[in-house]
Design a protein around this ligand. Structure first.
Ligand SMILES: [Zn+2]
Length: 501
């Protein structure tokens, strides 16, 4: 069984899950479900990033320990993913022992390879925070927490010698063309490497909330060495060598465009240093903007995905985020856009097709489904829809995959409008037309599994089919002509009741 493993970034637990987190995680879930539908042995990993200064500060402000603080926030992510039908196989928290053991092992391996050395770190330090800030984090040159000037301070800490890896990274990327998509992101990475890489600091003396450096417990591991390591610590590194050998390298990391350098330069260099194979693929997504702006607490435009599923259903929301944005580009979430896409694609097209087929079968075929015809004009269209959506899912393009699926829905609606079976008397031809439409719906139900698992199952049952739609394996399950005659077809409530603004 082919193995397919994928990861989302781990999410920092200084805030509740928002639309941006939900977006990447739904995309990951759709890819995971697509590969399961194809019979692959799938491992889908997500989790939470729980160390660092901001967590320590948030915990102090709340008057609790950092561990208690993260214990209160991490379940909000797991709960949100449950409500959004995210079928993850593992959820790693960076405060778990398995992660701490793996990070210590990775650090030790890079240290023994001679790639971690002491150096002088110089940074902008707030005495009240007891922490360093980057230029970008300052507000008008001041500490963002205390609104007072920071000082330039030096400390001796541990550095990863990234500068030694430029040639090895460029060689590796030259041998693995196409491993970063979209392709212009690969160019961005290689031109950044060619400009020369700077060593980066991987530890802090001033910070308490982190994983101690194994050979220097006065210092804790800083940010990226801790966070990135989750991808290997979750699959056995430092804990179960046999499992790690089976599960690595990962098939694909889904990442946002703002964390490319860390994932496509720091991470493979860290792995090379430790003698571990780099990931096989990075699929880089854009941001889901809100009304044209990046979502942020300060602009007050943070969208809670769980509010939206109350109104549009889990599948209505999932369909919108998957279909409205070409993965790789920035998307723009607007409430109007959500209502409009929901009404046009789901209520008017898919929902209407399911309802009209069931109505005609009830009135003209005694409510019993009829057999499709081998030479139906819909068979070629279905074949093309399957081929196009397969190619799109396999190249990390959910919007194109759904567009291909919807081409079969549009064609089936047009086919019915052309034949007007609701006006015809019962006949062998009418039975054939309705069998064709039922077969198209059967294929649509299977193709909808990755994006809308609940709707796919409801549709499957309404056209009279038993069992779990997601148990039917491609490509055999979607070849034309398999809808079995003789099952009761049910109309039921509207799949997607129309919404008004
Ligand atoms: Zn401060």
């Amino acid at each position: 069984m082919p193995r397919f493993s994928l990861t989302t970034p781990i999410y920092y637990v200084n805030a509740r899950p928002h639309l941006g987190h939900a977006y990447t995680t739904i995309v990951g879930d759709a890819f995971a479900r697509w590969h399961r539908l194809n019979g692959d042995d799938v491992h889908f990993l997500t989790g939470t990033d729980e160390h660092g200064l901001k967590i320590q500060q948030a915990a102090d402000a709340a008057g609790v320990s950092p561990q208690a603080f993260t214990d209160s926030i991490a379940p909000l992510f797991a709960d949100a993913w449950t409500r959004l039908d995210i079928s993850y196989d593992d959820f790693i928290r960076t405060t778990e022992e398995r992660h701490k053991r793996g990070v210590a092992r990775l650090l030790q391996a890079c240290y023994e390879a001679g790639d971690i050395e002491l150096d002088t770190y110089s940074g902008l330090y707030c005495v009240a925070c007891e922490a360093y800030f980057t230029e970008e984090e300052l507000e008008g040159g001041n500490c963002p927490v205390h609104k007072r000037p920071v000082e330039r301070v030096e400390e001796e800490n541990w550095f990863f010698r990234l500068s030694r890896f430029a040639d090895r990274l460029l060689d590796w990327y030259a041998k693995h063309p196409g491993c970063i998509t979209p392709s212009y992101r690969m160019n961005e990475v290689t031109s950044f490497i060619k400009q020369g890489l700077r060593d980066f600091s991987i530890s802090r003396k001033s910070l308490a909330w982190g994983i101690p450096i194994p050979w220097d417990p006065e210092q804790v591991t800083y940010v990226w060495f801790d966070a990135l390591a989750n991808y290997i610590t979750a699959v056995g590194y430092g804990n179960d060598d046999g499992a790690f050998v089976r599960n690595w390298p990962v098939s694909v990391h889904l990442i946002g465009k703002d964390i490319i350098r860390f994932h496509c330069i720091y991470w493979p260099a860290m792995l090379m240093s430790a003698g571990i194979e780099p990931p096989q693929h990075w699929a880089v997504g854009g941001w889901l903007l809100v009304g044209g702006e990046k979502m942020s607490k300060t602009t007050g435009n943070v969208v809670d995905p769980l509010d939206l599923i109350d109104d549009f259903g889990v599948d209505g929301f999932r369909y919108y985020v998957l279909s409205d944005t070409q993965y790789g580009n920035d998307g723009d979430f607007t409430y109007e856009g959500l209502v409009s896409r929901y009404n046009s694609d789901l209520a008017n097209n898919l929902g209407n097709l399911a309802a009209r087929v069931a109505t005609v079968v009830q009135k003209k075929c005694n409510g019993v489904g009829t057999a499709p015809r081998a030479d139906s004009p819909l068979s070629d269209i279905a074949r093309q829809a399957v081929a196009d959506s397969t190619a799109a899912w396999n190249s990390f393009q959910p919007a194109k995959a759904l567009e291909a699926t919807w081409s079969l829905i549009h064609a089936t609606n047009a086919f019915l409008e052309n034949h007007e079976p609701w006006k015809a008397e019962p006949s062998a031809e009418l039975n054939g037309i309705m069998g064709d439409a039922l077969e198209a719906l059967r294929i649509v139900a299977i193709l909808c599994v990755p994006a809308m698992p609940r709707t796919a199952q409801i549709l499957w049952q309404r056209i009279g089919l038993d069992g779990d739609v997601s148990a039917h394996r491609l490509p055999n399950s979607v070849s034309w002509g398999q809808y079995p005659a003789g099952h009761g077809v049910e109309k039921g409530n509207p799949l997607f009741p129309r919404k008004s603004l």
